[in-house]
Ligand binder design. Structure first.
Ligand SMILES: O=C(O)CCC(=O)C(=O)O
Ligand SMILES: [Fe+2]
Length: 222
């Protein structure tokens, strides 16, 4: 009798394990962009496009990237002090192999969808790993390159814990828009957004797990 009970229990357990492995092995795939992207017009020629749930199988991609990306910490001069950049980073230049084929497909899909409007393809992939709510990115525009003077686009795919991307017009100290970016969501900042608006991932005291952001940019935009 007791042997049967044990056998039943172990069957259930292995079935559970198999289910969770199946969940884990859910195919990593991208849903269509056509007809599923919503544009929010900001001021001064800036806009944001949102495509929630673009990536399926985001758990599998998250694990793969946490393990497989050559994350490194950076330190940065802040006035008189050198401080830790509060997130881990990795940059894939246009000829670098991306850590999962789905990211190549993402880049191609974005280039196909936005090519006519953007006038060029997405080329590079920057990655940030926010280990917990203490990791952040301060208010900034991506203006190291051409975003300083030209309209452009920065497309961000998020995996892992949801964090809020905040936006404000340059010169303002108040947040005008908050976009919670969840597991598999896409947001695209476009038009003049990098030079006329600023964005940030602010710290949160809430207990949040790790989040990875993958930013696709055209050549010369940083
Ligand atoms: O984590 C994000 O989604 C934003 C990252 C960002 O703004 C940047 O790397 O320039
Ligand atoms: Fe940025």
């Amino acid at each position: 009798m007791s042997a049967i009970t044990v056998a039943t229990t172990s069957r259930t357990r292995s079935a559970d394990l198999q289910d969770s492995l199946l969940d884990f092995a859910e195919d990593i795939d991208l849903a269509p962009l056509d007809g599923a992207v919503e544009r929010r017009t900001l001021t001064r020629g800036a806009w944001v496009d949102i495509r929630p749930g673009w990536l399926q199988g985001a758990d599998a991609l998250m694990s793969k990237l946490v393990e497989g990306v050559g994350w490194h910490a950076e330190r940065r001069q802040m006035y008189e002090r050198v401080v830790d950049v509060p997130r881990m980073l990795c940059f894939y230049d246009e000829d670098d192999a991306l850590p999962d084929p789905v990211l190549d497909r993402a880049k191609t899909m974005l280039s196909d969808y936005y090519g006519a409007e953007l006038g060029e393809p997405f080329r590079t992939a920057g990655m940030c790993l926010y280990r917990d709510g203490r990791d952040s990115v301060a208010w900034h525009g991506d203006t190291i390159g051409r975003g300083k003077s030209e309209d452009t686009m920065v497309a961000i795919l998020s995996v892992g814990a949801a964090r809020v991307l905040s936006l404000r017009p340059r010169g303002s100290t108040t947040t005008w828009a908050r976009y919670p970016l969840g597991h598999g969501d896409l947001i695209v900042m476009g038009g003049s957004c990098q030079r006329t608006w600023e964005h940030a991932i602010t710290k949160t005291a809430k207990p949040v797990g790790p989040r990875i952001s993958i930013q696709f940019r055209p050549r010369g935009v940083r």
